[in-house]
Structures are given as structure tokens and as C-alpha cells.
Design a protein around this ligand. Structure first.
Ligand code: DSN
Length: 445
């Protein structure tokens, strides 16, 4: 448990908000698949004097003095990343996933070049060329899709790749419950001369823990955030594979230059030290067991929800996340479920379902098990969670989300009022709190 005595004396307002967030996390349950709880060691590494230091450049070639220690730190973290993922090069400076993905474009594309990625409503990321992202304004985005059964439509991907000859094909996403078939993507990318970039932000911890195939043999570049299944601080890395260097011997140097001076200034050394701690933890044998249990729990949660009558995109999961299709009970119900679950302390997020016509009022609910597994929960707890989600769904059956904007606003206002007055939610919140007390958040013990 961190005590923050000096912070409390200096700034009671911020201290109080940190306490409130600690309390929210302790008494509720993070089911958002992109979230996790870091170890106390990772959190301690974030709050150090490394936060005070500028280190623009790379080890041995900085633009500021006083970086002998920073050089050792960054080299250590690069080496850990290379060893964990089996790659010859790692850049550990990206501030987060979107800047990492932008750096890949800047390093490898000219403005306007064609690029391909999974369409956002089908589970792709904003930076894979979503039409409202700058990536689709600066480059020519050709989105590909999932089939109705939730699998990748490789006929479409191959057809679009041959037609448009993209510079980059992204594989990976933010709401893909099934394994990414890297070899199939590589066959298509190689045929058209594209760079295959695997964005493994969601599954990096599963790759490190042996629960998902590694993209290393297939992709030229790999990007990943460090705070999802990998359980580190918020940050990101770009990895270049042997295959990438064989295609372009300058690829690593192009990535370095895209990060700085291309897009970023000084790296956040405290974050880099936290990433180093997380990589060290992910290399330990216990992490393999953690990754195995994340998937086991996601599959247990899937089976329980299906048994309670829910429909899942693709019918289940191979990884840490599941995507509930709420359309059988009405369109646009993602926010209803998200807000009702939040009210009882279960944090999930509304999400589009494949080809969802309304990304801003989506019809899916995204759930994941990385954080619950970190707290020590197992399949029995997943059954309990599925029961609560089912009760919330059944309690909402009298509400439908209207197409008309004004009617919809009125319905959502009434729903919001009901969340604060209906004792159903207050009672369930107490049950969730009692349940969570048995599964401490590691940094809060
Ligand atoms: N926001 C991340 C997620 O929740 O998946 C992706 O950037």
C-alpha cells in the first residue's frame, strides 16, 4: 500500500482524489479488457526521479547532458523487450499505442499512400485507418472486415490488397475475440509487397505468456501498448523483426527517427522504467500461469453468458476478451448495459459489433478478464459475474433505445435518473463490493 504522506500534506485535494480512485478500484471490478492492475513494483517505478529528466535521443546519443544512467535504463529495457518477444530491435519510447502506430506510418509511408486495417466497427483500432482518425486523412485507408461469424474475411483482404497495393497491412485490433491468424495475413502482405504490422496491444501478455501465437515469424513490425494484458504502465513499444530488417535494413533506424525527431520529444524515463519492471515480471514462469488463467476465465465467462442466453460475436473467445452482441434485445443497447453495470461497480464498455451502423450508440458490450485474473479470480467467480450481468440485462428489458434523437435523449435521461433511485442497483452494488473485498487489488494491499 502506498501512503503518500507528503502528498497528503502538500496537496490534500489531489490526495483525496487518489484515495477515491483507489476506493473505486478496490470496491468494483474492472472488466474492460484493455485495463489491468499493475504490480506494486511497477507503480513504485513510475514515481521516481527519472520523471524529472530529459533524455531526447537514444542511449549513447542524447541531446541533453546527465544521461549516463538513463542510457543504462533504456538499454536494459530494450534488451528485456527484445528477449521477451524474440526480436532484434525494440523502441521503448512511444508515449502510448496511438503515437506508436503513428510512428510506423511516419517511418514507412509517404502522405497519401494506401494502407489497410480492420474497420473500427469490426474491432479495428482508430489508428488502423478509421475514417475519422488522422490516419485516414493523411493516408488512404482501405478498411477490411470480419465475416458475419466473426472470422477475418481473407477473400476480401486478398482482393483489396491486390487492387490497392497498400504500403501497410495492419493486423490486430481492440475488440477481436479470436486468435489473429498472422500467417494468413503474411501470405497476403508478402504477395503484394506490403509491410505487415501486427498491433498486439491487447494480446501482448498472452503472446509473452505463450497463450497466443507470436507474430514474430510473420510480421515486419510489431506495435504494442504495455498496460493491457502485459500488465505494465501506460506506454508502448515498437518491435522490428528479422523479417522486417530483411525487407528493409534501415527499418529500425527509420522507426527511431519517426519517434524523435519525427513525433515526440523527450522520452518518459519513469514510464520506461515501469515498462522494464513489467517486462521482467512477464518473463517469470508465474506470468505464463497468469496468461493461461486469463484465457481460462474469459472462456468460463463466455460459457456462462451463453448459458444465460447471451449471444457472443464469434460464439466465444480464444483470448482475454469477449464481445456480447446485444442486438437480440434491441439496437443501441451498449450504453444502457455499460451505465447500469457501472452503477453496480462492474466496469465494462460499450462497443460496436461488426458492421455496426451506429459507432456512437453501439450494440455491443466488451468484457475482459485481465484485471479480474490479476485479483485472483477464477471460473467460479466468472459464473457469479455472468449472473449479475444477466440480472442487469433482464432488469432493463422494459427500456428500448429510440431512433429519434430527441426521444432517445429523454429515454436516456429517465434511465439515468432510474439508476440513482432504483434499489435494485444499490442492492447489487453492495453484493459486488462484498465479493470484491475477497480479491484485493495488488497495489492496494
Ligand atoms: N483504448 C484501447 C482499448 O480500450 O482497446 C485501444 O486504444
Amino acid at each position: 500500500m502506498m501512503h503518500y504522506d507528503r502528498l497528503a500534506a502538500s496537496d490534500p485535494d489531489v490526495r483525496a482524489l487518489i484515495s477515491a480512485e483507489d476506493e473505486r478500484q478496490r470496491t468494483g471490478l474492472e472488466l474492460i479488457p484493455s485495463e489491468n492492475h499493475t504490480s506494486p513494483a511497477v507503480l513504485e517505478a513510475l514515481a521516481t526521479t527519472f520523471s524529472d529528466k530529459y533524455a531526447e535521443g537514444y542511449p549513447g546519443r542524447r541531446y541533453y547532458s546527465g544521461n549516463a544512467v538513463a542510457d543504462k535504463l533504456e538499454t536494459l529495457v530494450q534488451d528485456r523487450a527484445k528477449a521477451l518477444f524474440g526480436v532484434p530491435y525494440a523502441n521503448v519510447q512511444p508515449y502510448s499505442g496511438s503515437p506508436a502506430n503513428f510512428a510506423v506510418y511516419v517511418a514507412t509511408c509517404e502522405p497519401g499512400d494506401p494502407i489497410m486495417g480492420l474497420d473500427l466497427p469490426d474491432g479495428g483500432h482508430l489508428t488502423h485507418g478509421w475514417k475519422f482518425s488522422a490516419t485516414a486523412k493523411l493516408w488512404t485507408s482501405i478498411p477490411y472486415h470480419l465475416k458475419p461469424d466473426g472470422s477475418f474475411d481473407f477473400d476480401e483482404i486478398a482482393r483489396l490488397a491486390k487492387e490497392h497495393r497498400p504500403k501497410i497491412i495492419w493486423c490486430g485490433g481492440t475488440a477481436v475475440p479470436r486468435a489473429i491468424p498472422f500467417a494468413e495475413f503474411a501470405t497476403i502482405a508478402d504477395e503484394v509487397g506490403a509491410l505487415l504490422v501486427a498491433d498486439i496491444s491487447h494480446i501482448a501478455g498472452l503472446v509473452a505468456g505463450g497463450q497466443h501465437e507470436s507474430p514474430v515469424a510473420h510480421a515486419h513490425l510489431i506495435t504494442t501498448t504495455t498496460h493491457k494484458t502485459l500488465r505494465g504502465p501506460r506506454g508502448a513499444m515498437i518491435l522490428v523483426t528479422e523479417k522486417g530488417l530483411a525487407k528493409d535494413a534501415d527499418l529500425a533506424s527509420k522507426i527511431d527517427k519517426a519517434i524523435i525527431p519525427g513525433l515526440q520529444g523527450g522520452p518518459h524515463l519513469n514510464t520506461i522504467s515501469g515498462i522494464g519492471v513489467a517486462l521482467h515480471e512477464a518473463a517469470a514462469p508465474e506470468f505464463k500461469e497468469y496468461a493461461r488463467r486469463v484465457v481460462e476465465n474469459a472462456q468460463a465467462l463466455s460459457s456462462s453468458l451463453i448459458a444465460h442466453g447471451f449471444t457472443l460475436i464469434s460464439g466465444g473467445t480464444d483470448n482475454h476478451l469477449l464481445l456480447v452482441d446485444l442486438r437480440p434485445t434491441g439496437m443501441g443497447r451498449g450504453k444502457l448495459m455499460q451505465d447500469a453495470l457501472e452503477r453496480v461497480g462492474l466496469y465494462a464498455n460499450m462497443n460496436t459489433v461488426p458492421q455496426d451502423p451506429h459507432p456512437l450508440r453501439p450494440s455491443g458490450l466488451r468484457l475482459g478478464t485481465p484485471a479480474a485474473t490479476t485479483r485472483g479470480m477464477g471460473p467460479n467467480e466468472m459464473e457469479r459475474i455472468a449472473e449479475w450481468i444477466t440480472k442487469v440485462r433482464d432488469h432493463l428489458t422494459d427500456i428500448q433505445v429510440p431512433e429519434d434523437k430527441e426521444e432517445r435523449k429523454a429515454v436516456m435521461r429517465a434511465f439515468s435518473d432510474r439508476l440513482s433511485t432504483d434499489t435494485f442497483y444499490a442492492d447489487m452494488k453492495k453484493d459486488v463490493e462484498a465479493f470484491c473485498a475477497g480479491f484485493p487489488v495488488p497495489a492496494l494491499t
